[in-house]
Design a protein around this ligand. Structure first.
Ligand code: ZN
Length: 132
């Protein structure tokens, strides 16, 4: 394994973005398997993320790769946050109603079944009427 250590010395190696690229590749190749035969040459697109992943692992421009990974992690974080929010909302949509403050766009959650109510935004103190 010494030659591998030597070979990888000064190279970037794997990170979260590389892993995500591999997963993306895998998904694209699977989807490609369902394409009609006249479009089957599109499967090659599925290998592009793999090539990018390999390039990143062996890259010696560590600074640039780190920046890419940082950007990716930021993006991934916002996507998971958004997804969790949607999931939570779907979960308690029977018991709670959501309002968006007309002033500051803050999301407000109120219990359902209270008829017409006056909602006060805790952030900007703006009051508005809504049906719960
Ligand atoms: Zn507000």
């Amino acid at each position: 394994m010494n030659w591998l250590k030597k070979f990888m010395y000064g190279r970037y190696g794997a990170d979260q973005l590389s892993r995500a690229l591999l997963i993306l590749s895998f998904i694209l190749i699977i989807i490609g398997g369902f394409l009609p035969s006249n479009l089957s040459s599109l499967v090659i697109i599925g290998y592009i993320p793999t090539v990018m992943c390999i390039f990143r692992i062996f890259s010696k421009n560590i600074f640039k790769r780190k920046q890419e990974n940082y950007k990716y992690l930021k993006w991934e974080n916002s996507v998971t946050k958004w997804g969790k929010q949607k999931l939570n909302r779907a979960k308690d949509s029977k018991t709670h109603k959501y309002f968006t403050c007309p002033d500051c766009k803050q999301q407000l959650r109120v219990p359902r079944g209270q008829g017409k109510i006056s909602v006060t935004c805790p952030k900007c103190k703006k009051s508005f009427k809504g049906k719960s």
